[in-house]
Ligand binder design. Structure first.
Ligand code: ADP
Ligand code: MG
Length: 699
């Protein structure tokens, strides 16, 4: 009987119940289709042989043909191993087997010619290859391919026969047994034609055993496109659904206070970018649909004023607004700066953190509940049960990556008949196209412009020999009244070591900057939150000259008087982290500096990161560079998990395809939001299929 895509994998010859269970348990491969979607991650040219003497690249894969000239079994106590020599006219190579080699021993014969394939390793005095693939002529399906597929595997799988070769064998077998005419097409004809894509059956066959390079490129293109398109289509569909379904409070007009503030009391002219995103936000607030918007803007781009104007807009329409910050220090700062801004129009904003206690707290909770209080700023304390609003219309979350979706939902439940509008602000610079693709359930606004007259931060790369010079320079700046940050890396596994680093650095620092002439704050993760806060505040208020800290120093902290950011062991930081840290300086009118201290020898990637930091201050350029160096693996927490578990496409490399896929998905959902058009039947099936929570999966 011919196989179909939904046949159980056990129907494939050679996959019994035992191996079937393994595939089901370890890889969730239960039907033929899933196995065929286990794509090769690369291909090797098995028609080419390298003369042994010409193989020179440690760690590279090679195919050799030569005579087996030696074969010995060696015993070391309880362990044993098999070694052999493969020789051609140009040289020879040692072959190694550490275990499970009895069957090989039986098959190999000295003096015979063999074709072997594997990873070359330099042992220190000779080239070796461990557990090479050997082509015994009796292996029928092992004819030489120019595009021989290589599959990823794990130790556990390999032990059960599912190494790359094992996968190749069963996939080859499945393709022999399958009836290609029973492979359904998953893209509508009009898309196939428009983008000139090959059919699905052709793709599934050729992605594993491509006839030629040209065809391989074509089928890869289709499979990538299809994967990205499936992801985008689901996102667009969900977003469209949300917009149609989730009603929001209508905030139609500005009131007198808003206009008075905007016309008379704005401390500076808004940048074009600020004006644009404000309009985007207002259009959401007016629309009658609940806003769910991400406001992205580089550090210092001026998100706070936009937040305040949105809050004023909500208040002008009779709603309360709250601003939630991830830490006490940030909440305090927001509270202070918002109240300074609001003073001329005689409005005020309250503060609620865990430190606000007793009668103060009672009083705040009371006026929140009666609705007398229009604005509140706070930390997590805002989502406690006891906090009740009269009419909560707008929630703004600053530096969102520390708040999960769950917490957002909690805030919603505090409101009246409808969920409040939500604005999430982040300084994590993500390339716009990527952001739009990643944050499926959010609209995205970007402040892509800094306020005018910012002096760029001068960024310098120093090594240890220049430390004396650095300290002299710090003294000079401190003498002029400036403050300095010194940051040490903090990596979880080596938290203890890092703390020692910081403490040693601090001791050394004291020699150059003795008390009482100099005051130093020290902040690290081991401090109790209260002490940490106290130390931070001492620096914020200008009572200390230097702040020595691990990376716990707060995102978003604003000390305009700080003019130097020294980053110790800068090679250990990622690009976006370096960028965030540098953003702590350059906030005042004076020239400021970022000094990247590193050891003398740097890895290639680290050198590239330091070079990037010294050459640009553009958060988006940095984000692009970061993506290229690091991949999009861990951008941050708002991302729906599983979204980036793509099988074949690559969010970074395939950006052009991603954009095309997004455009197409948008156009389709705009015209046919529920995919009712018969032409879109196959897409409709896909939207409502079982893998709802993983839009990346093609099925
Ligand atoms: P972030 O986006 O990092 O939260 P802030 O809102 O804290 O940035 O703004 C950084 C600094 O820039 C603040 O001191 C703020 O007053 C100032 N600022 C914001 N917008 C403008 C503007 N349009 N012109 C001049 N200064 C501005
Ligand atoms: Mg901010």
């Amino acid at each position: 009987m011919a196989l179909k895509l939904d046949s159980p994998i056990e129907y494939i010859k050679g996959v019994g119940p035992q191996r079937g269970k393994l595939l089901r348990d370890l890889l969730a491969i239960d039907v033929v289709e899933k196995l065929l979607q286990y794509f090769p991650y690369r291909y090797v040219d098995k028609t080419r042989f390298t003369p042994i003497g010409e193989a020179i690249q440690d760690g590279q894969f090679y195919q050799f043909r030569g005579k087996l000239t030696e074969l010995h079994e060696k015993k070391f106590g309880k362990t044993k191993r098999l070694t052999g020599s493969l020789t051609d006219v140009t040289g020879s190579l040692e072959l190694l087997w550490f275990q499970h080699y009895d069957w090989i021993l039986d098959k190999l014969a000295i003096g015979q010619e063999y074709t072997i394939f594997g990873k070359l390793k330099w042992s220190g005095y000779e080239w070796t290859m461990a557990h090479p693939e050997i082509n015994f002529s009796s292996d029928q399906h092992q004819q030489a391919l120019r595009w021989d597929p290589v599959y990823s595997s794990t130790e556990k799988l390999a032990q059960k026969g599912f190494d790359s070769r094992g996968f190749k064998k069963i996939i080859h077998q499945a393709l022999q047994q399958i009836d290609a005419s029973l492979i359904p097409e998953t893209l509508p004809n009009y898309i196939l034609e428009k983008f000139k894509l090959p059919g699905r059956a052709e793709c599934l066959l050729n992605i594993h055993f491509p006839k030629d390079e040209h065809l391989l490129a074509k089928v890869r293109q289709r499979l990538k496109f299809e994967e990205l398109f499936a992801m985008q289509l689901k996102m667009q569909h969900n977003m469209n659904l949300r917009k149609r379904k989730s009603k929001g409070y209508v905030m139609a007009n500005a009131d007198r206070d808003y206009h008075e503030f905007l016309d008379k009391h704005l401390p500076f002219a808004l940048t074009n970018a600020q004006t644009r995103v404000l309009e985007e936000i207002q259009s959401d607030l007016k629309s009658g649909t609940q806003m769910n918007r991400l406001l992205q803007g580089d550090v210092g781009s001026g998100k706070t004023i936009v937040a305040l104007l949105a809050m004023l807009w909500a208040a002008g329409n009779g709603y309360q607004a709250c601003l939630m910050a991830p830490t006490e220090v940030l909440a305090n700062q927001h509270h202070q700066s918002l109240n300074e801004l609001l003073a001329p129009i005689k409005m005020r904003c309250a503060l609620l953190t865990s430190q606000v206690k007793g009668s103060d707290r009672k009083q705040i909770l009371n006026v929140l509940k009666t609705g007398e209080l229009p604005f509140i700023v706070g930390t997590h304390a805002l989502i406690e049960e006891s906090v009740q609003f009269h009419k909560l219309g707008l929630v703004i979350i600053d530096e969102q990556h520390r708040f999960g979706v769950e917490q957002r939902a909690k805030l919603w439940s505090k409101s009246g008949s409808l969920p409040p509008h939500v604005l999430v602000m982040t300084a994590t610079p993500i390339p716009r196209t990527l952001a739009m693709s990643l944050y499926g359930d959010l609209d995205v606004s970007v402040i892509d412009q800094l306020p005018p007259n910012r002096k760029p931060v001068k960024t310098l790369h120093f090594t240890e020999v220049l430390r004396g010079k650095l300290y002299e320079f710090m003294k000079k700046q401190i003498a002029e009244g400036r403050q300095v940050y010194i940051v040490y890396p903090l990596i979880e596994e080596s938290e203890k070591l890092d703390l020692e680093n910081l403490e040693m650095g601090y001791e050394k620092l004291l020699e150059y900057f003795p008390i009482p002439s100099y005051q130093i704050s020290v902040v690290h993760g081991r401090l109790r939150p209260k002490d940490k806060d106290l130390e931070m505040q001492r620096f914020v208020k200008g009572r200390t000259h230097i702040m020595v800290a691990t990376t716990v120093i707060e995102v978003g902290v604003n000390v305009p008087n700080a003019s130097i950011m020294v980053i110790e062991n800068a090679e250990r930081f990622g690009l976006s982290q370096l960028h965030q840290l540098r953003g702590r300086v350059g906030r005042g009118a004076d020239q400021s500096y970022c000094v990247l201290m590193t050891s003398d020898s740097l890895s290639k990637d680290a050198a590239e990161r330091i070079r990037t930091m010294c050459s640009t201050q553009d958060g988006f350029l940095i984000a692009e560079a970061d993506l290229k160096l690091r991949g999009p693996g861990d951008l941050d927490g708002t991302r729906q998990s599983g979204l980036l578990e793509l099988k074949i496409a690559d969010i970074v490399e395939d950006q052009t395809l991603l954009q095309a896929a997004r455009k197409l998905a948008e156009a389709i959902i705009r015209r046919d939001p529920d995919l009712e058009n018969p032409l879109n039947q196959v897409l409709r099936n896909r939207i409502f299929e079982k893998n709802q929570n993983n839009p990346g999966i093609i099925s």
